[in-house]
Each structure stands twice: as C-alpha cells, then as structure tokens.
Design a protein around this ligand. Structure first.
Ligand SMILES: [Zn+2]
Length: 81
C-alpha cells in the first residue's frame, strides 16, 4: 500500500514537466524539461535547468538524436549534486 507514497515528490515533479528537444545553434541539441503537462505552442520557455530556449515543433529525428539534459534530469529526480 505504501508504494505510491514512497516517492511523492519525484512522481509529482515528473508529472508537472514535459521534455522537449531544443536544437543548438552550434549543431545538434539537447532535450530539456519544461514546466507544464505538455507543449501547448509556446514560442519560448525556461527549462528546469534555467536555460532560455525557443520552442518550435521538433522533428522525429530531434527526439531520437538529442540527448537528455543531465541538469534537467537531476532537477526532476530531486538529485542535485
Ligand atoms: Zn536542461
């Protein structure tokens, strides 16, 4: 019965963010986490790791190729180093 209660912060934080691939001007890109349940067409946002980013419809290749931002991941899992 206490499986759900074991990590309430972690679960809640995950649910309130969505991942979004952000192309880098230097080539490539990274997937950052943004507050919200999902992307709703905002043109810009601030990621969980504090980066200002322009949001644009990503391609499937972006989703596949861009690595997950380690800072955003740490924020969402509550593990700060
Ligand atoms: Zn990030």
């Amino acid at each position: 019965m206490n499986e759900i209660q074991s990590e309430p912060r972690e679960v809640g934080t995950w649910e309130r963010h969505f991942w979004f691939p952000i192309p880098s001007t230097a080539g490539g890109g990274v997937r950052h986490a943004f507050a919200g349940r999902r992307w709703e067409g905002e043109v810009a946002g601030t990621s969980a790791c504090g980066s200002e980013a322009a949001l644009a419809q990503p391609t499937e290749v972006d989703w596949i190729c861009f690595p997950t931002c380690a800072d955003c991941y740490s924020f969402l899992t509550g593990r700060t180093t």
